[in-house]
Design a binder for this molecule. Structure first.
Ligand SMILES: Cc1ncc(COP(=O)(O)O)c(C=O)c1O
Length: 386
């Protein structure tokens, strides 16, 4: 297998494909869409990006938005135009697509294994500034070998587990050992540390969340100090999500925050970052109104974390999400009736967007454009050929 050259085609062909499939919706009101449909309010999106840009300009860190949330070249370009330092991606394929969207400063904020993915990453680094998270010496060896073969240099960010119990080294000693190993490997450049404190977002109470965020950053900067004391330069300290971004960006040592959901928002993050609007919704149709419930045609094959979803304008709580049924508790006297079109705020945006080929981009609730979701799903979307 070889990495396809001339990949720019992936964005063009995805755009043409979704515009051919859904273009007839342009000019329609959102309530007239075939449902379920992913709907993006372009003005609300832009206000979110502008708000982040204005606020972060006053703080020590910059923003490197995580684009796994939206998987949209157009939103990424707007984030860059709003002053982003570069982008975070979750996958190599997202990084490849965003490079083709014209963005050449890319941090794959996950550890990456497997020969095809590593080679694709190393080849991408020939043309773009590419960083990747690492927490394992043998993985660093594989990255170095691939970068040597590709004739590129990969930027390495040692991942630190700041409390999430996910990937990452646990302490300064482990980070130092790994950094010293990396320093001996050709075609790798040690750039810094990454320490997304995602566990804090599971804590709705503000004060407790702040306490956890502080503990996470104390651990994180402590690891940096261990490396610095050993004579290793740590240029980048990257962390932060939508639930903690303002505190993390205000930390004097942090250089960038990785928040992503702020652009589109969802119910999971809404209460933690109240300044941002729900620019992303799923339009759905009421398909049944049994006693005590309203059922819409967007189930858990259309929505991430349906249990947290809400119906815009109605105070109904989610009862259960089946594959094609989104079931909400609603009184019999609810004005909603079978056939009504409603907007749902997703429980979790990244897990919602990933189901869809396209955004119906609306302005004042009328569809103005169709934008592709690319790369959609977990696959390589044809970015590897052969
Ligand atoms: C490594 C990493 N950084 C940043 C983020 C962005 O977080 P959020 O979507 O809450 O802004 C995530 C989200 O899962 C992540 O996994």
């Amino acid at each position: 297998m070889t990495v396809t050259r001339g990949r720019a085609a992936i964005i063009d062909s995805a755009t043409k494909r979704v515009q051919a499939m859904y273009g007839s919706a342009v000019g329609r009101k959102r309530q007239e869409l075939v449902t379920p449909a992913l709907v993006l309010d372009v003005d609300a999106l832009q206000r979110n990006l502008d708000r982040m840009a204005a606020r972060i300009a006053e703080l020590p860190a910059g923003i490197r938005p995580h684009i796994k949330v939206h998987k949209s070249p157009e939103i990424s370009r707007r984030q860059m135009a709003a002053g982003a330092l570069g982008l975070c991606t979750a996958t190599v394929w997202e990084a490849m697509v965003m490079f083709e969207a014209g963005i050449d400063d890319l941090f794959v904020a996950n550890t990456i294994a497997g020969p095809d993915k590593i080679r694709a990453l190393a080849e991408l680094a020939r043309d773009a500034k590419v960083r990747v998270a690492v927490d394992d010496a043998s993985n660093a060896d594989a990255l170095s070998k691939a970068a040597l073969a590709a004739g590129s240099t990969l930027g390495i960010m040692i991942e630190v587990d700041t409390g999430m119990d996910r990937a990452g080294v646990d302490d300064g000693d482990a980070a130092l050992k790994l950094a010293q190993h990396i320093a001996r490997l050709p075609n790798l450049r040690f750039d810094g540390l990454t320490g997304y404190e995602g566990h804090c977002s599971l804590t709705p109470e503000r004060d407790l969340r702040l306490e956890k965020q502080r503990a996470a950053m104390a651990l994180f900067t402590g690891v940096a100090d261990r490396l610095i004391a050993a004579g290793i330069e740590v240029r980048v300290l990257s962390a932060g999500g939508t639930g903690t971004w303002e505190w993390t960006a205000a930390h004097p040592r942090l250089t960038e925050v990785q928040a992503g959901t702020y652009a589109v928002m969802d119910m999971f993050h809404g209460h933690m970052s109240p300044g941002f609007e729900h620019s992303l919704t799923v339009q759905a149709t009421v398909i049944s109104k049994p006693h005590g419930h309203i059922i819409v045609d967007a189930g858990n094959k259309s929505m991430g974390a349906g249990g947290l979803a809400t119906i815009v304008g109605y105070p109904y709580e989610s009862f259960r999400f089946d594959e094609e049924h989104g079931i909400f508790n609603a009184p019999t006297e609810s004005p909603l009736k079978v056939g009504d079109s409603v907007a749902l705020v997703p429980g979790y945006s990244p897990g919602t967007v990933n189901w869809y080929d396209a955004y119906h981009v609306v302005k004042d609730d009328v569809v103005l454009d169709i934008w592709p979701v690319v790369p959609r799903g977990p696959g390589h979307n044809g970015l590897l050929a052969g």
